[in-house]
Design a protein around this ligand. Structure first.
Ligand code: ZN
Length: 163
């Protein structure tokens, strides 16, 4: 598995499935999560500064209307996680490429990521500082945690793409 495995939705994306919140890494709190996912999901995302929201990128600069408008773009990676004592409070943790690499490099070769207990925080007390992901433990019985989920339905609704 590669760390960055971009997925695109140029062909009719699926919006079937439950909406799972997107979790941002706070600058003041360290969170301990359990990884539910079995892969990382990397995507380009536009930032609409006027509306102060992220927007859909088709990941094809030739046809994406926002790429054509030169709306700022960045790569984000989503990791499906939940809280140890609250298995139903799952979400897609939004990581920077560096944060995703940080996590990926902490894995042993071929080691499954589902069930890992991770500590996630910012290096400094600002929202722009690097995201640190540290593997602290492994949960052997992953049965109580949500099954690995695809972020597509959540992001489609967030970005109001599809119907
Ligand atoms: Zn675009």
């Amino acid at each position: 598995m590669r760390c960055r495995d971009p997925f695109n939705w140029r062909d009719k994306p699926s919006i079937v499935g439950r909406t799972i919140p997107v979790l941002k890494v706070d600058h003041s709190i360290a969170y301990r999560y359990i990884v539910c996912g079995d892969r990382l999901w990397a995507r380009d995302v536009h930032w609409n500064g006027n509306a102060r929201r992220s927007e859909y990128c088709t990941m094809d600069a030739k046809t994406c209307p926002r790429c054509k408008d030169e709306m700022p773009k960045r790569e984000v990676t989503f990791l499906h996680v939940t809280l140890l004592n609250f298995p139903s409070s799952d979400g897609f943790l939004e990581l920077t490429p560096e944060g995703a690499n940080n996590f990926f490099n902490a894995l042993e070769e071929g080691e499954p990521m589902r069930g890992l207990q991770i500590l996630v925080q910012r290096a400094r007390k600002t929202l722009k500082s690097p995201i640190l992901v540290e593997v602290v433990n492994r949960v052997e019985d992953t049965e109580p945690f949500p099954q690995s989920a695809d972020p597509t339905p959540t992001l489609m609704r967030l970005w109001r793409v599809g119907n």
